[in-house]
Design a protein around this ligand. Structure first.
Ligand SMILES: [Zn+2]
Ligand SMILES: [Zn+2]
Length: 203
């Protein structure tokens, strides 16, 4: 099946996605198709390195489909081009940083049901989804809307804009993630938002 946005077929993208992710799950198919659709709606070719460099993607979940989106778009957490917004939703927003155009795509909750009806009987749920997610229309898989994303300068790729040190733990903090409390510069952990409980001081 041709993807419409380049020379690569859906199956070729899926092969690459499965290699990166570790297995070919329904989420890989959904994520590859979501990313191809996002690129197409923005008029960008995911096979063109110049087009890929224009993309920033906000993913709203840290599950299988996130890896597939990273494969197709080339966006990476470590390059600040893949942003995880922890909404727990199978959704992502694709931003063209050159034009400012952005489109948010949400996987339809009823796509799972549709998939089970479309697949040949006797398949497991996952196998049915793997079959159907390849052939279902974009409209049956996704809801789409244009959105606007104001990306703060301190969230953009490139060198850190600034770096300060926490007055309590002394650790360095990049790009404005510090908190000012009673006139003190603190990291978010020391300011009262730790995700960990220290069992000992760092050595
Ligand atoms: Zn998976
Ligand atoms: Zn601190």
């Amino acid at each position: 099946m041709a993807t419409g946005s380049g020379m690569r077929t859906l199956e070729e993208w899926l092969e690459e996605a499965a290699a990166f992710h570790g297995h070919l799950c329904p989420g890989q198919i959904l994520g590859v198709r979501m990313a191809l659709l996002g690129c197409r709606l923005l008029g960008l070719n995911p096979e063109d390195p110049a087009d890929r460099r224009r993309l920033i993607v906000y993913v709203e979940i840290d599950r299988c489909l996130t890896d597939a989106i990273a494969t197709v778009t080339g966006c990476r957490l470590g390059r600040r081009t893949l942003k995880h917004i922890d909404y727990g939703k199978a959704a992502a927003t694709f931003v063209d940083t050159r034009t400012g155009q952005a489109v948010r795509i949400v996987a339809r909750d009823d796509a799972r049901e549709t998939a089970l009806h479309l697949a040949p009987p006797g398949l497991s749920k996952a196998a049915a989804q793997r079959h159907a997610y390849r052939i279902m229309s974009d409209e049956d898989l996704f809801r789409i809307h244009r959105v606007q994303v104001a990306i703060p300068p301190e969230d953009l790729p490139g060198h850190p804009l600034r770096r300060v040190f926490c007055a309590r733990c002394g650790e360095g903090i990049n790009d404005g993630r510090e908190v000012i409390q009673n006139g003190q510069v603190l990291c978010r952990a020391c300011a009262g938002e730790p995700y960990y409980t220290p069992l000992e001081a760092p050595r």
